[in-house]
Design a binder for this molecule. Structure first.
Ligand SMILES: NC(=O)c1ccc[n+]([C@@H]2O[C@H](COP(=O)([O-])OP(=O)(O)OC[C@H]3O[C@@H](n4cnc5c(N)ncnc54)[C@H](O)[C@@H]3O)[C@@H](O)[C@H]2O)c1
Length: 286
């Protein structure tokens, strides 16, 4: 069977590398990144070096031609900062995040022009960070993708901004056609569920790590189903969805029911089960 062509941006980055093997097994992947090596310095075979913040789309449009989908994981970090320091609200962070919104425009626009059917974008739970502050202050319980995406940091603001930019492309208004767009608000894509950072008795911190956990195989499944689901139309007929990227965690505080319903996401992991022994240790009073 001929494999469908899928473009993966930010292919040398952490999130893309975490599902690269599964995507490679299924698709004819075109790997794009601004640098040729992973965070730990390993060369990525077949990777094409491109700068997707460049407004001159002629520099990279040939890579998009004939692709069925684009998975957008490229991310511009502010100098000295990375995704672990997202709360920084300095001007240099704003400039970097502004560049991320511009880069998302380049990706949507090039996909539209080159006949790509669907773009699956790596967003973040931080797009709606404001509610998480309420959750840990015992003033809220579950955040859903339908809630107004408000954040208290530039990192989350930019995620919400490029999610909503994707909606414009999905409507097709004033454009040659509609672009199908899925936003995946990744939670905690770390194999430890961040439990190594918790001390006994730190129940809320533990709950956060367990609720946000996204296992490798659930990450791969969520992206694959987002690429392949036949229809992603919302209730108004617009091909646009926002899904939370977490496993089937008993401790979840972000809703995944729409991903289960729309694309048949069926997570195989639950941090409650995977980390049961560690949970018992941490649940003791410190
Ligand atoms: N890592 C996490 O814990 C986490 C959690 C939630 C969401 N996310 C989101 O997932 C996405 C990917 O994050 P990551 O952790 O893999 O980041 P990363 O920094 O490891 O990877 C991003 C990649 O994008 C590339 N890139 C930067 N500028 C580029 C440009 N101009 N053109 C092309 N490529 C460019 C970088 O070289 C890098 O390889 C981001 O949007 C991030 O916000 C990450």
């Amino acid at each position: 069977m001929v494999k469908r062509k899928v473009v993966l941006t930010g292919a040398a980055g952490y999130v893309a590398q975490r599902m690269l093997a599964e995507l490679q097994a299924r698709y004819d992947l075109v790997l794009l990144d601004a640098r040729p090596t992973t965070r730990d310095g390993k060369a990525v075979p077949t990777l094409q070096v491109v700068d997707l913040t460049d407004p001159n789309r002629e520099a990279y449009r040939r890579h998009f031609a004939g692709a069925e989908a684009v998975v957008h994981c490229a991310f511009v970090s502010a100098p000295g900062l990375d995704t672990t320091t997202f709360l920084d609200n300095s001007e240099s962070k704003f400039r970097a995040e502004h560049a991320n919104v511009g880069m998302a425009y380049n990706v949507y626009q090039t996909a539209l022009e080159e006949g790509v059917r669907r773009v699956v974008v790596t967003s973040s739970c931080h797009a709606a960070d404001f509610y998480e502050r309420l959750i840990w202050a015992d003033k809220w319980d579950v955040v859903t993708p339908e809630m107004l995406p408000v954040s208290d940091n530039f990192y989350g603001w930019a995620k919400a901004a490029y999610e909503l930019l994707g909606f414009v492309f999905a409507t097709g208004q004033g454009l040659p056609r509609r672009l199908e767009v899925v936003q995946i608000r990744i939670g905690g894509p770390r194999d430890t569920a961040d439990l190594e950072k918790c001390r006994p008795g730190e129940i809320k911190k533990m709950h956060r790590g367990l609720g946000a956990y996204l296992s490798r195989r659930d990450q791969a499944q969520l992206f694959i189903r987002s690429i392949e689901a036949p229809s992603i139309e919302n209730e108004h007929g617009v091909p646009f969805q926002i899904f939370y990227g977490i496993s089937g965690n008993t401790h979840r505080f972000w809703s995944i029911t729409n991903a289960q319903r729309v694309i048949g996401y069926a997570p195989e992991d639950d941090s409650q089960v995977s980390f049961a022994q560690r949970i018992a240790e941490l649940s003791q009073k410190g």
